[in-house]
Design a protein. Structure first.
Length: 457
Protein backbone atom coordinates (compact mmCIF):
# COMPACT_ATOMS: atom_id res chain seq x y z
CA UNK A 1 0.00 0.00 0.00
CA UNK A 2 1.29 3.44 -0.87
CA UNK A 3 2.19 5.52 2.17
CA UNK A 4 0.53 8.95 2.45
CA UNK A 5 2.75 11.96 1.89
CA UNK A 6 3.15 13.78 5.17
CA UNK A 7 3.45 17.53 5.33
CA UNK A 8 7.05 18.69 4.92
CA UNK A 9 8.51 21.22 7.33
CA UNK A 10 7.36 24.76 6.65
CA UNK A 11 9.02 26.01 3.47
CA UNK A 12 9.00 29.58 2.15
CA UNK A 13 7.26 30.38 -1.10
CA UNK A 14 9.27 30.06 -4.29
CA UNK A 15 10.90 33.18 -5.72
CA UNK A 16 10.54 33.93 -9.44
CA UNK A 17 12.98 31.81 -11.46
CA UNK A 18 14.57 34.98 -12.80
CA UNK A 19 16.05 35.65 -9.37
CA UNK A 20 17.03 32.07 -8.54
CA UNK A 21 20.62 32.29 -7.23
CA UNK A 22 23.36 30.63 -9.22
CA UNK A 23 23.90 27.99 -6.55
CA UNK A 24 20.37 26.67 -7.15
CA UNK A 25 21.19 26.13 -10.80
CA UNK A 26 24.29 24.16 -9.70
CA UNK A 27 22.07 21.66 -7.90
CA UNK A 28 19.64 21.78 -10.81
CA UNK A 29 22.42 20.65 -13.15
CA UNK A 30 23.60 17.89 -10.82
CA UNK A 31 20.41 16.23 -9.60
CA UNK A 32 17.19 17.74 -10.90
CA UNK A 33 16.55 15.20 -13.65
CA UNK A 34 17.04 12.33 -11.20
CA UNK A 35 14.64 13.85 -8.65
CA UNK A 36 11.90 13.85 -11.31
CA UNK A 37 12.10 10.04 -11.44
CA UNK A 38 10.64 9.82 -7.92
CA UNK A 39 6.88 9.17 -8.03
CA UNK A 40 6.48 9.72 -4.25
CA UNK A 41 4.93 6.27 -3.83
CA UNK A 42 6.34 5.62 -0.35
CA UNK A 43 7.81 2.16 -0.92
CA UNK A 44 11.09 3.55 0.41
CA UNK A 45 9.65 4.49 3.81
CA UNK A 46 9.79 1.06 5.52
CA UNK A 47 13.36 0.63 4.28
CA UNK A 48 14.62 3.93 5.73
CA UNK A 49 16.13 3.69 9.25
CA UNK A 50 16.05 7.44 9.90
CA UNK A 51 12.42 7.74 8.84
CA UNK A 52 11.56 4.99 11.31
CA UNK A 53 13.56 6.54 14.16
CA UNK A 54 12.82 10.24 13.53
CA UNK A 55 9.32 9.89 12.09
CA UNK A 56 9.40 13.01 9.91
CA UNK A 57 8.82 13.15 6.16
CA UNK A 58 11.97 15.23 5.77
CA UNK A 59 13.87 12.26 7.26
CA UNK A 60 12.60 9.91 4.53
CA UNK A 61 14.09 9.27 1.08
CA UNK A 62 11.14 10.70 -0.83
CA UNK A 63 11.04 13.70 1.51
CA UNK A 64 14.71 14.41 0.96
CA UNK A 65 14.32 13.97 -2.79
CA UNK A 66 11.47 16.46 -2.76
CA UNK A 67 13.58 18.93 -0.80
CA UNK A 68 16.49 18.54 -3.25
CA UNK A 69 14.09 19.16 -6.12
CA UNK A 70 12.70 22.29 -4.47
CA UNK A 71 16.20 23.56 -3.71
CA UNK A 72 17.21 22.98 -7.33
CA UNK A 73 14.21 25.02 -8.42
CA UNK A 74 15.16 27.80 -6.01
CA UNK A 75 12.06 27.34 -3.88
CA UNK A 76 13.93 26.72 -0.62
CA UNK A 77 17.30 27.74 0.78
CA UNK A 78 20.03 25.12 0.60
CA UNK A 79 21.59 25.92 3.98
CA UNK A 80 18.44 26.64 5.97
CA UNK A 81 16.10 23.94 4.66
CA UNK A 82 18.12 21.23 2.93
CA UNK A 83 21.39 20.86 4.85
CA UNK A 84 20.02 19.28 8.05
CA UNK A 85 17.75 16.64 6.41
CA UNK A 86 20.60 15.61 4.11
CA UNK A 87 23.10 15.51 6.97
CA UNK A 88 20.78 13.22 8.95
CA UNK A 89 20.70 10.66 6.11
CA UNK A 90 22.78 7.55 6.76
CA UNK A 91 23.36 7.00 3.06
CA UNK A 92 22.63 3.28 3.45
CA UNK A 93 20.77 3.28 0.10
CA UNK A 94 18.28 0.63 1.14
CA UNK A 95 15.71 2.89 -0.51
CA UNK A 96 17.29 2.19 -3.90
CA UNK A 97 16.64 -1.52 -3.49
CA UNK A 98 13.05 -0.89 -2.40
CA UNK A 99 12.31 1.68 -5.13
CA UNK A 100 10.02 0.30 -7.89
CA UNK A 101 11.24 2.87 -10.45
CA UNK A 102 15.00 2.73 -9.68
CA UNK A 103 15.50 6.30 -8.50
CA UNK A 104 19.30 6.83 -8.09
CA UNK A 105 18.99 8.17 -4.56
CA UNK A 106 22.69 7.78 -3.81
CA UNK A 107 23.64 10.07 -6.67
CA UNK A 108 21.01 12.63 -5.64
CA UNK A 109 22.38 12.51 -2.10
CA UNK A 110 26.00 13.02 -3.15
CA UNK A 111 25.02 15.91 -5.42
CA UNK A 112 23.16 17.60 -2.59
CA UNK A 113 26.10 17.14 -0.24
CA UNK A 114 28.46 18.62 -2.81
CA UNK A 115 26.34 21.76 -3.19
CA UNK A 116 25.79 22.09 0.57
CA UNK A 117 29.55 21.84 1.18
CA UNK A 118 30.21 24.47 -1.49
CA UNK A 119 27.68 26.86 0.00
CA UNK A 120 28.91 26.43 3.55
CA UNK A 121 32.46 27.02 2.37
CA UNK A 122 31.44 30.17 0.52
CA UNK A 123 29.55 31.43 3.57
CA UNK A 124 32.35 30.38 5.93
CA UNK A 125 29.81 28.42 7.98
CA UNK A 126 32.09 25.58 9.02
CA UNK A 127 32.00 24.95 12.74
CA UNK A 128 35.09 24.03 14.77
CA UNK A 129 34.27 20.30 14.68
CA UNK A 130 33.90 20.54 10.90
CA UNK A 131 37.36 22.10 10.70
CA UNK A 132 38.78 19.01 12.39
CA UNK A 133 36.85 16.81 9.97
CA UNK A 134 38.15 18.80 7.00
CA UNK A 135 41.71 18.53 8.32
CA UNK A 136 41.48 14.76 8.68
CA UNK A 137 39.91 14.32 5.24
CA UNK A 138 42.43 16.54 3.47
CA UNK A 139 45.63 16.00 5.42
CA UNK A 140 45.42 12.50 6.96
CA UNK A 141 43.16 9.99 5.17
CA UNK A 142 44.54 10.56 1.64
CA UNK A 143 48.09 9.72 2.76
CA UNK A 144 48.78 6.02 3.49
CA UNK A 145 52.05 6.72 5.32
CA UNK A 146 50.32 9.16 7.68
CA UNK A 147 47.54 6.65 8.31
CA UNK A 148 50.12 3.99 9.13
CA UNK A 149 51.78 6.37 11.61
CA UNK A 150 48.35 6.84 13.21
CA UNK A 151 47.97 3.07 13.40
CA UNK A 152 51.45 2.65 14.89
CA UNK A 153 50.72 5.26 17.54
CA UNK A 154 47.46 3.47 18.39
CA UNK A 155 49.32 0.15 18.70
CA UNK A 156 51.86 1.76 21.05
CA UNK A 157 49.02 3.36 23.02
CA UNK A 158 47.47 -0.08 23.56
CA UNK A 159 50.68 -2.03 24.09
CA UNK A 160 52.49 0.37 26.44
CA UNK A 161 49.78 0.54 29.06
CA UNK A 162 48.79 4.10 28.21
CA UNK A 163 45.32 2.87 27.28
CA UNK A 164 44.80 1.40 30.75
CA UNK A 165 46.06 4.57 32.39
CA UNK A 166 43.84 6.83 30.27
CA UNK A 167 40.80 4.65 31.00
CA UNK A 168 41.45 4.95 34.73
CA UNK A 169 41.43 8.73 34.48
CA UNK A 170 38.11 8.65 32.56
CA UNK A 171 39.50 11.44 30.42
CA UNK A 172 38.12 10.28 27.06
CA UNK A 173 34.41 10.44 28.04
CA UNK A 174 34.98 14.01 29.21
CA UNK A 175 36.42 14.91 25.82
CA UNK A 176 33.96 12.94 23.69
CA UNK A 177 31.56 10.23 24.83
CA UNK A 178 31.20 8.78 21.29
CA UNK A 179 34.98 8.58 20.84
CA UNK A 180 35.32 6.95 24.26
CA UNK A 181 32.81 4.23 23.40
CA UNK A 182 34.43 3.42 20.08
CA UNK A 183 37.93 3.46 21.56
CA UNK A 184 36.81 0.95 24.17
CA UNK A 185 35.80 -1.63 21.53
CA UNK A 186 38.75 -1.18 19.19
CA UNK A 187 40.37 -4.60 18.66
CA UNK A 188 43.91 -5.11 19.91
CA UNK A 189 46.24 -4.09 17.08
CA UNK A 190 48.99 -6.34 15.79
CA UNK A 191 52.57 -5.18 15.78
CA UNK A 192 53.30 -2.83 12.85
CA UNK A 193 56.05 -5.28 11.89
CA UNK A 194 53.37 -7.73 10.71
CA UNK A 195 51.76 -5.24 8.35
CA UNK A 196 52.31 -6.10 4.68
CA UNK A 197 54.38 -3.56 2.77
CA UNK A 198 53.03 -1.75 -0.26
CA UNK A 199 54.41 -3.23 -3.46
CA UNK A 200 54.71 -6.73 -1.97
CA UNK A 201 53.73 -9.81 -4.01
CA UNK A 202 52.52 -12.81 -1.98
CA UNK A 203 52.56 -16.13 -3.89
CA UNK A 204 49.60 -18.50 -4.07
CA UNK A 205 49.68 -21.69 -2.04
CA UNK A 206 49.54 -24.57 -4.46
CA UNK A 207 48.45 -24.08 -8.06
CA UNK A 208 47.93 -20.44 -8.97
CA UNK A 209 44.43 -19.74 -10.27
CA UNK A 210 44.62 -15.97 -10.65
CA UNK A 211 46.66 -12.89 -9.88
CA UNK A 212 44.70 -10.37 -7.78
CA UNK A 213 45.47 -6.93 -6.38
CA UNK A 214 44.49 -6.10 -2.81
CA UNK A 215 43.05 -2.74 -1.76
CA UNK A 216 44.15 -2.12 1.83
CA UNK A 217 41.86 0.79 2.67
CA UNK A 218 42.97 3.65 4.89
CA UNK A 219 41.27 2.87 8.22
CA UNK A 220 41.65 -0.89 7.76
CA UNK A 221 45.33 -0.53 6.95
CA UNK A 222 45.90 1.66 9.99
CA UNK A 223 43.74 0.00 12.65
CA UNK A 224 42.63 -3.41 11.35
CA UNK A 225 45.72 -4.60 9.49
CA UNK A 226 45.45 -8.04 11.08
CA UNK A 227 42.22 -8.53 9.14
CA UNK A 228 44.01 -7.31 6.01
CA UNK A 229 46.83 -9.79 6.58
CA UNK A 230 44.37 -12.63 7.06
CA UNK A 231 42.49 -11.57 3.93
CA UNK A 232 45.68 -12.07 1.94
CA UNK A 233 46.26 -15.42 3.65
CA UNK A 234 42.80 -16.63 2.63
CA UNK A 235 43.32 -15.48 -0.95
CA UNK A 236 46.56 -17.44 -1.20
CA UNK A 237 44.83 -20.52 0.23
CA UNK A 238 42.34 -20.57 -2.65
CA UNK A 239 45.08 -20.17 -5.27
CA UNK A 240 45.50 -16.41 -5.70
CA UNK A 241 48.79 -14.63 -6.12
CA UNK A 242 48.30 -11.30 -4.32
CA UNK A 243 49.96 -7.99 -5.09
CA UNK A 244 49.55 -4.90 -2.91
CA UNK A 245 49.75 -1.96 -5.36
CA UNK A 246 52.37 0.46 -4.11
CA UNK A 247 50.74 3.78 -5.05
CA UNK A 248 47.20 3.08 -3.83
CA UNK A 249 45.48 5.48 -1.44
CA UNK A 250 42.14 6.16 0.28
CA UNK A 251 39.11 5.17 -1.82
CA UNK A 252 37.53 8.61 -1.37
CA UNK A 253 34.24 7.39 0.13
CA UNK A 254 34.45 9.63 3.19
CA UNK A 255 35.23 12.61 0.95
CA UNK A 256 32.33 11.90 -1.39
CA UNK A 257 29.97 11.49 1.57
CA UNK A 258 30.97 14.92 2.84
CA UNK A 259 30.48 16.66 -0.50
CA UNK A 260 34.20 16.83 -1.33
CA UNK A 261 33.69 15.52 -4.85
CA UNK A 262 36.84 16.93 -6.45
CA UNK A 263 39.00 15.41 -3.71
CA UNK A 264 37.22 12.06 -4.23
CA UNK A 265 37.97 12.24 -7.96
CA UNK A 266 41.67 12.87 -7.35
CA UNK A 267 41.88 9.84 -5.06
CA UNK A 268 39.98 7.70 -7.59
CA UNK A 269 42.36 8.58 -10.40
CA UNK A 270 45.39 7.67 -8.29
CA UNK A 271 43.87 4.30 -7.40
CA UNK A 272 42.93 3.52 -10.99
CA UNK A 273 46.47 4.23 -12.15
CA UNK A 274 47.99 2.21 -9.29
CA UNK A 275 45.84 -0.88 -9.88
CA UNK A 276 46.25 -0.79 -13.66
CA UNK A 277 49.97 -1.36 -13.08
CA UNK A 278 49.23 -4.52 -11.08
CA UNK A 279 48.17 -6.50 -14.16
CA UNK A 280 45.62 -8.37 -12.00
CA UNK A 281 42.37 -10.13 -12.84
CA UNK A 282 40.51 -8.75 -9.83
CA UNK A 283 40.92 -5.84 -7.41
CA UNK A 284 39.96 -7.19 -3.98
CA UNK A 285 38.70 -5.31 -0.94
CA UNK A 286 37.30 -6.45 2.41
CA UNK A 287 35.35 -3.32 3.39
CA UNK A 288 31.80 -2.85 2.14
CA UNK A 289 31.95 0.94 2.24
CA UNK A 290 35.26 1.16 0.41
CA UNK A 291 34.13 -1.43 -2.11
CA UNK A 292 30.99 0.53 -2.91
CA UNK A 293 33.04 3.65 -3.65
CA UNK A 294 35.44 1.65 -5.84
CA UNK A 295 32.44 0.20 -7.67
CA UNK A 296 31.17 3.70 -8.45
CA UNK A 297 34.35 5.18 -9.89
CA UNK A 298 32.71 4.89 -13.32
CA UNK A 299 29.91 7.20 -12.18
CA UNK A 300 32.30 9.56 -10.42
CA UNK A 301 34.44 10.02 -13.54
CA UNK A 302 31.82 9.54 -16.24
CA UNK A 303 32.23 13.09 -17.58
CA UNK A 304 36.02 12.98 -17.85
CA UNK A 305 36.99 11.69 -21.26
CA UNK A 306 40.48 10.55 -20.29
CA UNK A 307 39.24 8.54 -17.30
CA UNK A 308 35.72 7.31 -18.09
CA UNK A 309 36.70 4.06 -19.82
CA UNK A 310 39.52 3.36 -17.38
CA UNK A 311 37.12 3.88 -14.48
CA UNK A 312 34.60 1.51 -16.05
CA UNK A 313 37.26 -1.20 -16.38
CA UNK A 314 38.31 -0.61 -12.78
CA UNK A 315 34.78 -1.07 -11.44
CA UNK A 316 34.32 -4.27 -13.41
CA UNK A 317 37.47 -5.71 -11.81
CA UNK A 318 36.57 -4.63 -8.25
CA UNK A 319 35.37 -7.51 -6.07
CA UNK A 320 34.56 -8.11 -2.43
CA UNK A 321 36.66 -10.76 -0.71
CA UNK A 322 33.59 -12.99 -0.23
CA UNK A 323 32.92 -13.11 -3.99
CA UNK A 324 36.44 -14.30 -4.78
CA UNK A 325 36.57 -16.87 -1.97
CA UNK A 326 33.34 -18.40 -3.27
CA UNK A 327 34.57 -18.34 -6.88
CA UNK A 328 37.96 -19.94 -6.19
CA UNK A 329 37.05 -21.95 -3.08
CA UNK A 330 36.27 -24.04 -1.19
CA UNK A 331 38.42 -22.95 1.72
CA UNK A 332 40.48 -25.65 3.45
CA UNK A 333 38.80 -25.56 6.87
CA UNK A 334 40.69 -27.28 9.69
CA UNK A 335 38.69 -26.41 12.81
CA UNK A 336 35.07 -26.73 13.89
CA UNK A 337 33.24 -23.64 15.07
CA UNK A 338 31.51 -23.70 18.42
CA UNK A 339 28.30 -21.72 18.75
CA UNK A 340 25.70 -19.82 16.77
CA UNK A 341 26.79 -17.33 14.11
CA UNK A 342 24.63 -14.52 12.72
CA UNK A 343 25.42 -11.95 10.05
CA UNK A 344 24.79 -8.21 9.77
CA UNK A 345 24.91 -6.95 6.18
CA UNK A 346 27.10 -4.02 5.27
CA UNK A 347 24.61 -1.66 3.61
CA UNK A 348 27.04 -0.67 0.88
CA UNK A 349 28.03 -4.25 0.21
CA UNK A 350 24.41 -5.35 -0.10
CA UNK A 351 22.66 -2.31 -1.54
CA UNK A 352 25.38 -0.85 -3.79
CA UNK A 353 27.52 -3.86 -4.72
CA UNK A 354 24.65 -6.35 -4.68
CA UNK A 355 26.60 -8.88 -2.60
CA UNK A 356 24.58 -10.65 0.09
CA UNK A 357 24.53 -14.40 -0.56
CA UNK A 358 28.30 -14.98 -0.71
CA UNK A 359 29.07 -14.10 2.95
CA UNK A 360 26.20 -16.30 4.10
CA UNK A 361 27.36 -19.18 1.91
CA UNK A 362 30.84 -18.95 3.40
CA UNK A 363 29.55 -18.86 6.98
CA UNK A 364 27.26 -21.83 6.39
CA UNK A 365 30.21 -23.80 5.02
CA UNK A 366 32.21 -23.59 8.27
CA UNK A 367 32.28 -27.01 9.99
CA UNK A 368 30.25 -27.10 13.19
CA UNK A 369 28.84 -23.60 12.75
CA UNK A 370 25.13 -23.03 13.32
CA UNK A 371 24.12 -20.10 11.12
CA UNK A 372 20.98 -18.19 12.13
CA UNK A 373 19.62 -15.37 9.97
CA UNK A 374 19.46 -12.04 11.82
CA UNK A 375 16.00 -10.40 11.69
CA UNK A 376 16.42 -7.11 9.86
CA UNK A 377 19.98 -7.91 8.80
CA UNK A 378 19.40 -5.88 5.65
CA UNK A 379 18.68 -2.70 7.63
CA UNK A 380 21.45 -0.28 8.58
CA UNK A 381 23.32 -0.55 11.88
CA UNK A 382 23.70 3.28 11.80
CA UNK A 383 27.46 3.36 11.51
CA UNK A 384 27.28 5.33 8.26
CA UNK A 385 30.97 6.20 7.82
CA UNK A 386 31.32 8.86 10.53
CA UNK A 387 27.56 9.30 11.05
CA UNK A 388 27.79 7.62 14.46
CA UNK A 389 30.29 10.26 15.58
CA UNK A 390 28.41 13.23 14.15
CA UNK A 391 24.92 12.04 15.23
CA UNK A 392 25.70 9.73 18.11
CA UNK A 393 22.33 9.68 19.89
CA UNK A 394 20.36 9.11 16.69
CA UNK A 395 22.78 6.38 15.69
CA UNK A 396 22.46 4.62 19.05
CA UNK A 397 18.65 4.52 18.84
CA UNK A 398 18.91 2.56 15.60
CA UNK A 399 21.74 0.39 16.91
CA UNK A 400 19.99 -0.60 20.13
CA UNK A 401 17.09 -2.03 18.12
CA UNK A 402 19.60 -3.94 16.00
CA UNK A 403 21.22 -5.54 19.06
CA UNK A 404 17.78 -6.48 20.40
CA UNK A 405 17.35 -8.52 17.21
CA UNK A 406 20.79 -10.06 17.69
CA UNK A 407 19.75 -11.31 21.11
CA UNK A 408 16.77 -13.10 19.51
CA UNK A 409 19.15 -15.29 17.49
CA UNK A 410 21.07 -16.56 20.56
CA UNK A 411 24.22 -15.93 18.55
CA UNK A 412 27.60 -15.91 20.24
CA UNK A 413 29.28 -14.42 17.15
CA UNK A 414 28.01 -11.48 15.10
CA UNK A 415 29.79 -11.22 11.75
CA UNK A 416 30.15 -8.06 9.66
CA UNK A 417 32.01 -7.13 6.47
CA UNK A 418 32.95 -3.49 7.02
CA UNK A 419 35.24 -1.83 9.60
CA UNK A 420 32.69 0.81 10.60
CA UNK A 421 29.94 -1.79 10.98
CA UNK A 422 32.28 -3.97 13.05
CA UNK A 423 33.04 -1.23 15.58
CA UNK A 424 29.38 -0.17 15.64
CA UNK A 425 28.16 -3.67 16.41
CA UNK A 426 30.81 -4.07 19.10
CA UNK A 427 29.61 -0.84 20.71
CA UNK A 428 26.04 -2.15 20.58
CA UNK A 429 27.06 -5.44 22.18
CA UNK A 430 28.85 -3.53 24.94
CA UNK A 431 25.87 -1.19 25.49
CA UNK A 432 23.53 -4.16 25.96
CA UNK A 433 25.89 -5.84 28.40
CA UNK A 434 26.41 -8.83 26.10
CA UNK A 435 30.20 -8.62 25.70
CA UNK A 436 30.78 -11.55 28.03
CA UNK A 437 29.07 -14.03 25.72
CA UNK A 438 28.73 -12.30 22.32
CA UNK A 439 31.57 -11.14 20.07
CA UNK A 440 31.59 -8.93 16.98
CA UNK A 441 33.99 -10.22 14.31
CA UNK A 442 34.85 -9.48 10.69
CA UNK A 443 33.97 -12.24 8.20
CA UNK A 444 37.63 -12.67 7.31
CA UNK A 445 38.67 -13.28 10.93
CA UNK A 446 36.01 -15.99 11.36
CA UNK A 447 37.02 -17.78 8.15
CA UNK A 448 40.72 -17.49 8.96
CA UNK A 449 40.27 -18.99 12.42
CA UNK A 450 38.31 -21.89 10.98
CA UNK A 451 41.13 -22.41 8.47
CA UNK A 452 43.76 -22.31 11.21
CA UNK A 453 45.66 -19.32 9.77
CA UNK A 454 45.39 -16.84 12.63
CA UNK A 455 49.09 -17.02 13.48
CA UNK A 456 51.97 -15.02 12.04
CA UNK A 457 52.98 -15.02 8.38
Amino acid sequence: MNAPLKRLDAIPAAPPLSIVPKKAHRLYDLAYEATNQCIQCGYCLPACPTYESIGKESASPRGRINLVKMAAEGKIDVSNHLAEPIDLCLGCRACEVACPVSVPYGHILESAKEVIAEEQKNKNQRAKNNKLKQFLLSQVFPYPKRMRVLGNVTWFYQKSGLRTMVNKTKLLPKISEPMAQFESVLPALESPMKRNKFGTVIPAKGKMKARVAFFTGCISDALLHRTNRLTIELLTLVGCEVIIPKSQNCCGALHAHQGMTEEAKKLAKKNIAAFEEANAKYYINNAGGCGAQLKEYDHLLKNEEEWAERAKNFTMASKDISEVLVEFGPLPFKKEWDGVITYQDSCHLRNVQGVHQEPRKLLRSIPGAVFVELPGSDSCCASGGIYNLLHFEESMKILDKKIYNVEKTNATTVVTTNPGCLLQMRVGIERQGCSGHVQGVHLVDVLAEACGVTGTN
